[in-house]
Design a binder for this molecule. Sequence first.
Ligand SMILES: Cc1cc2nc3c(=O)[nH]c(=O)nc-3n(C[C@H](O)[C@H](O)[C@H](O)COP(=O)(O)OP(=O)(O)OC[C@H]3O[C@@H](n4cnc5c(N)ncnc54)[C@H](O)[C@@H]3O)c2cc1C
Length: 474
Amino acid sequence: MTEHDFDLISVGGGYAGLVAASRAAQLGLKAAVLERGSDALYACNSRFAGGVMHVSYHDPKSPSDVLTAAINEICAGNADAELVSAIATNAGRAVEWLRDEGAKFARVGNVSWRQWILSPPRPAVTQMDWKGRGADVALRTLEKNLGERGGVLHRNTQVIDLILENGCCMGVRAKQGDADVTFRARAVLLADGGFQGNADMAGQHLTPAPQRVKQRGAGTGLGDGIRMAQAAGADLSTLDAFYGHVLSRDAMHNERVWPYPQLDELAAAGLLVNQSGQRIGDEGMGGVYLANMIARQPDPLATTVIFDDTIWQGPGRAAAIPPNSTLLGAGGTLHKADTIAALAVKLDMDASSLEATVQNYNAALTADTLNTLQPPRSARRRKPFAIAQPPFYGAPACCGLTYTMGGVRISGHAEVLRADRSAIPGLYAAGATSGGLEGGPAVGYVGGLIKALTFGLLAAEHTARSLSTSPEKP
Ligand SMILES: Cc1cc2nc3c(=O)[nH]c(=O)nc-3n(C[C@H](O)[C@H](O)[C@H](O)COP(=O)(O)OP(=O)(O)OC[C@H]3O[C@@H](n4cnc5c(N)ncnc54)[C@H](O)[C@@H]3O)c2cc1C
């Protein structure tokens, strides 16, 4: 059995893990990343990301009170106040730090949340396209910087267990192929990216049918960090929400229709119905929420987005990679008819049921009583459109699961917390492994990259302060 000794070990080589290790090495600590993937460009969500650094769709450099209000609005007040404060006050500094590390950024016009896009940005194509794009390039830069500071990234190293002594985390046990390896460390950061790739956990917390949900990412988060933290006595947030989008159902077999176009804007302007022609959730909450509602259906492959020509020509063209102009070209299915009854026949739905749903919705919209519908339809975030202008459309949908939002409870310094909010000494969590900021009943999405970046940074800086070995005080 080989033994190694470090100050800080990151479990996982996405942004959370690599940022923490690189920052720790910059502060004079001996740091390592242990990464399960074995390829030079191992798969992870961080590498595949579109690269937009935003906090709840705001510029991360916005004043902290603006960011605090934005997070509390999108999470409907369910986000942990300590985590809200930590990200609202550190996100701007975090993107500056990443730029100083050598990451390149581009901005798009004056749109607040598109001021910090890792460059070169991915092109506006529907299929996966990540190699040499901003998120991949910046991740490689972080690994290079880590190496130049005396740190190391071990590939093909799956962390299995934490070493706990007198309630403190003192390292990890890992597998390198068939070999058992021990890494002792004064601090361990769990940054293994959530549990979206663990069908049992997804089945327990997100959906009754995990195989009928589309993995909209690397699928490398297996829930190891959550399992290990829980065994060490950590508290967990609710695990019932994920970041994802409404996709064409064809994404289950056609690589050209995911991760884009998202059908979010069409669903949020129109209706999302099940095979009985009945609405399944509040479309006004937007696509991330609706993707979660699809996952919770008895059959997540039995929902359809219903809209009319006004929506198709308007919101259908709104996104950076809009469904109107890309869906059909990429081989996505779109049914079209001159009446709702004729559309229902094409969708194999009961015509009178779908007609009743559309009529009730249109009547409530006219009477301003959308909140009395079952389920209610909110109008504050997303403008509801009448379904009135033929032709009418039906896009068979599925949900794309990108990463899970719930996880290990942490402090504002990324320390792993017990139920009484005391910290487990030597144990940290960041990125998609951590919970309490995003998710909740409103499925609030704060931003996966900025969460990984900010809390990775904070974990390293807290470790350096705790160990008091840093020549450069944070
Ligand atoms: C297509 C796509 C587009 C996206 N676009 C954006 C965007 O524009 N803006 C945004 O904010 N977010 C975006 N995201 C989300 C964002 O990529 C993630 O939230 C973020 O990268 C998570 O980083 P992480 O470090 O927590 O996890 P990850 O990047 O998932 O890294 C975790 C790493 O841990 C490794 N690992 C797992 N288990 C173990 C183990 N037991 N031992 C060792 N290693 C292990 C995995 O192999 C992986 O490399 C996007 C995601 C996708 C897929």
